[in-house]
Design a protein around this ligand. Structure first.
Ligand code: 5GP
Length: 170
Protein backbone atom coordinates (compact mmCIF):
# COMPACT_ATOMS: atom_id res chain seq x y z
CA UNK A 1 0.00 0.00 0.00
CA UNK A 2 1.55 3.34 -1.08
CA UNK A 3 1.59 6.24 1.35
CA UNK A 4 2.10 9.96 0.96
CA UNK A 5 4.02 12.24 3.34
CA UNK A 6 2.99 15.86 2.87
CA UNK A 7 3.83 18.94 4.86
CA UNK A 8 0.73 21.10 5.13
CA UNK A 9 1.21 24.75 5.91
CA UNK A 10 -2.29 25.73 6.96
CA UNK A 11 -5.89 24.67 7.54
CA UNK A 12 -6.97 25.63 4.00
CA UNK A 13 -4.47 23.19 2.47
CA UNK A 14 -5.67 20.47 4.83
CA UNK A 15 -9.30 21.21 3.89
CA UNK A 16 -8.50 20.92 0.18
CA UNK A 17 -6.50 17.72 0.63
CA UNK A 18 -9.37 16.07 2.46
CA UNK A 19 -11.56 16.76 -0.58
CA UNK A 20 -9.14 15.15 -3.06
CA UNK A 21 -9.27 11.52 -4.12
CA UNK A 22 -5.99 9.86 -4.97
CA UNK A 23 -6.24 7.37 -7.80
CA UNK A 24 -3.86 5.26 -9.84
CA UNK A 25 -4.18 5.76 -13.59
CA UNK A 26 -4.05 3.10 -16.29
CA UNK A 27 -0.27 3.38 -16.65
CA UNK A 28 0.29 2.93 -12.90
CA UNK A 29 0.95 6.62 -12.23
CA UNK A 30 -0.50 8.27 -9.12
CA UNK A 31 -2.91 11.09 -9.85
CA UNK A 32 -5.34 13.06 -7.75
CA UNK A 33 -8.77 14.27 -8.68
CA UNK A 34 -10.28 17.50 -7.48
CA UNK A 35 -13.92 17.40 -6.37
CA UNK A 36 -16.71 19.42 -8.01
CA UNK A 37 -16.44 23.18 -7.53
CA UNK A 38 -19.40 23.11 -5.09
CA UNK A 39 -17.47 20.77 -2.76
CA UNK A 40 -14.35 22.90 -3.10
CA UNK A 41 -16.42 25.97 -2.26
CA UNK A 42 -17.72 24.31 0.89
CA UNK A 43 -14.22 23.28 1.95
CA UNK A 44 -12.83 26.71 1.12
CA UNK A 45 -15.66 28.43 2.97
CA UNK A 46 -14.99 26.22 5.98
CA UNK A 47 -11.33 27.24 5.86
CA UNK A 48 -12.20 30.88 5.00
CA UNK A 49 -10.20 30.95 1.73
CA UNK A 50 -11.47 31.91 -1.76
CA UNK A 51 -12.89 29.05 -3.89
CA UNK A 52 -10.78 27.65 -6.70
CA UNK A 53 -12.46 28.63 -9.97
CA UNK A 54 -12.35 26.40 -13.00
CA UNK A 55 -10.12 28.84 -14.88
CA UNK A 56 -7.46 28.30 -12.21
CA UNK A 57 -7.41 24.51 -12.58
CA UNK A 58 -5.01 24.45 -15.52
CA UNK A 59 -3.93 21.28 -17.23
CA UNK A 60 -0.84 20.56 -19.29
CA UNK A 61 -2.92 21.36 -22.39
CA UNK A 62 -3.51 24.94 -21.20
CA UNK A 63 0.27 25.33 -21.08
CA UNK A 64 0.54 23.93 -24.61
CA UNK A 65 -2.15 26.34 -25.86
CA UNK A 66 -0.32 29.24 -24.19
CA UNK A 67 2.98 28.00 -25.76
CA UNK A 68 4.47 27.80 -22.26
CA UNK A 69 5.61 24.29 -23.12
CA UNK A 70 6.51 23.17 -26.64
CA UNK A 71 4.44 20.93 -28.88
CA UNK A 72 4.51 19.95 -32.54
CA UNK A 73 1.45 21.60 -34.03
CA UNK A 74 -0.17 19.79 -36.95
CA UNK A 75 -3.28 21.94 -37.40
CA UNK A 76 -4.59 25.14 -35.85
CA UNK A 77 -7.50 27.52 -36.34
CA UNK A 78 -9.26 30.07 -34.15
CA UNK A 79 -11.00 27.42 -32.00
CA UNK A 80 -8.94 24.24 -32.30
CA UNK A 81 -5.34 23.14 -31.77
CA UNK A 82 -3.94 19.80 -32.95
CA UNK A 83 -0.48 18.60 -31.90
CA UNK A 84 1.48 15.35 -31.79
CA UNK A 85 1.03 13.17 -28.70
CA UNK A 86 4.18 13.00 -26.58
CA UNK A 87 3.76 9.22 -26.25
CA UNK A 88 2.52 8.04 -29.65
CA UNK A 89 0.55 4.79 -29.82
CA UNK A 90 0.68 4.64 -33.63
CA UNK A 91 2.88 6.13 -36.40
CA UNK A 92 0.37 9.01 -36.48
CA UNK A 93 -0.98 10.05 -33.08
CA UNK A 94 -2.31 13.59 -32.89
CA UNK A 95 -4.38 15.22 -30.14
CA UNK A 96 -7.15 17.63 -31.16
CA UNK A 97 -8.32 20.02 -28.44
CA UNK A 98 -10.57 23.05 -28.07
CA UNK A 99 -8.52 26.18 -27.32
CA UNK A 100 -11.20 27.22 -24.83
CA UNK A 101 -12.14 24.41 -22.46
CA UNK A 102 -15.42 26.09 -21.43
CA UNK A 103 -16.33 23.34 -18.95
CA UNK A 104 -15.39 20.52 -21.34
CA UNK A 105 -13.07 18.71 -18.99
CA UNK A 106 -14.41 15.50 -20.54
CA UNK A 107 -16.98 14.53 -23.18
CA UNK A 108 -19.33 13.44 -20.42
CA UNK A 109 -19.66 17.12 -19.43
CA UNK A 110 -20.83 18.23 -22.89
CA UNK A 111 -24.00 20.31 -23.10
CA UNK A 112 -26.11 21.93 -25.80
CA UNK A 113 -23.82 24.97 -25.95
CA UNK A 114 -20.91 22.74 -26.96
CA UNK A 115 -22.51 21.45 -30.15
CA UNK A 116 -20.58 23.82 -32.40
CA UNK A 117 -17.16 23.15 -30.89
CA UNK A 118 -17.77 19.39 -30.91
CA UNK A 119 -18.46 19.58 -34.64
CA UNK A 120 -15.35 21.76 -35.14
CA UNK A 121 -13.22 19.18 -33.31
CA UNK A 122 -14.46 16.31 -35.48
CA UNK A 123 -13.89 18.33 -38.64
CA UNK A 124 -10.39 19.21 -37.42
CA UNK A 125 -9.73 15.49 -36.84
CA UNK A 126 -10.54 14.88 -40.50
CA UNK A 127 -8.24 17.78 -41.52
CA UNK A 128 -5.44 16.20 -39.47
CA UNK A 129 -6.02 12.79 -41.11
CA UNK A 130 -5.86 14.44 -44.52
CA UNK A 131 -2.66 16.34 -43.68
CA UNK A 132 -1.05 13.21 -42.29
CA UNK A 133 -1.99 11.11 -45.32
CA UNK A 134 -4.11 8.58 -43.43
CA UNK A 135 -7.55 9.38 -44.85
CA UNK A 136 -7.99 5.82 -46.16
CA UNK A 137 -8.14 4.56 -42.57
CA UNK A 138 -7.78 6.21 -39.19
CA UNK A 139 -9.29 6.03 -35.73
CA UNK A 140 -10.63 8.83 -33.52
CA UNK A 141 -10.74 8.07 -29.79
CA UNK A 142 -12.13 10.09 -26.89
CA UNK A 143 -11.45 8.77 -23.40
CA UNK A 144 -14.05 10.22 -21.04
CA UNK A 145 -13.60 9.72 -17.33
CA UNK A 146 -11.52 7.43 -15.10
CA UNK A 147 -13.00 4.13 -16.34
CA UNK A 148 -11.92 5.09 -19.85
CA UNK A 149 -8.39 5.91 -18.64
CA UNK A 150 -8.67 9.66 -19.32
CA UNK A 151 -5.58 11.29 -17.84
CA UNK A 152 -5.80 14.96 -18.94
CA UNK A 153 -9.06 16.68 -18.04
CA UNK A 154 -9.35 18.99 -21.04
CA UNK A 155 -11.46 17.35 -23.76
CA UNK A 156 -9.29 15.90 -26.53
CA UNK A 157 -9.64 13.63 -29.53
CA UNK A 158 -6.89 11.13 -30.30
CA UNK A 159 -6.38 10.78 -34.07
CA UNK A 160 -4.52 7.53 -34.68
CA UNK A 161 -3.34 5.94 -37.90
CA UNK A 162 -0.47 4.75 -40.05
CA UNK A 163 -0.85 1.12 -39.00
CA UNK A 164 -3.53 -1.58 -39.07
CA UNK A 165 -5.87 -1.08 -36.12
CA UNK A 166 -7.41 -3.91 -34.13
CA UNK A 167 -10.92 -4.29 -32.77
CA UNK A 168 -12.20 -4.47 -30.08
CA UNK A 169 -9.98 -1.91 -28.32
CA UNK A 170 -8.67 -2.67 -24.85
P1 5GP B 1 -5.93 10.65 -22.23
O1 5GP B 1 -5.23 9.54 -21.50
O2 5GP B 1 -6.38 11.72 -21.26
O3 5GP B 1 -7.02 10.21 -23.14
O4 5GP B 1 -4.84 11.29 -23.18
C1 5GP B 1 -3.91 12.24 -22.77
C2 5GP B 1 -2.81 12.22 -23.76
O5 5GP B 1 -2.00 13.34 -23.56
C3 5GP B 1 -1.88 10.99 -23.63
O6 5GP B 1 -1.91 10.23 -24.82
C4 5GP B 1 -0.52 11.60 -23.33
O7 5GP B 1 0.52 10.91 -23.97
C5 5GP B 1 -0.67 13.02 -23.85
N1 5GP B 1 0.17 13.98 -23.18
C6 5GP B 1 0.32 14.12 -21.83
N2 5GP B 1 1.17 15.13 -21.57
C7 5GP B 1 1.56 15.62 -22.78
C8 5GP B 1 2.45 16.69 -23.15
O8 5GP B 1 3.03 17.38 -22.33
N3 5GP B 1 2.60 16.92 -24.48
C9 5GP B 1 1.94 16.19 -25.43
N4 5GP B 1 2.17 16.50 -26.72
N5 5GP B 1 1.11 15.17 -25.10
C10 5GP B 1 0.93 14.90 -23.80
Amino acid sequence: MASLNLSLECDSEMAMLKQMAFICNCQGTWLFTVPPTSSISQAAAAARVPPVSETETRTIFDKIIAKEIPSTVVYEDDAVLAFRDISPQAPVHVLVIPKSRDGLTELGKAGKRHEEILGRLLHAAKMVAEKEGILEGFRVVINSGPSACQSVYHLHLHVLGGRQMKWPPG
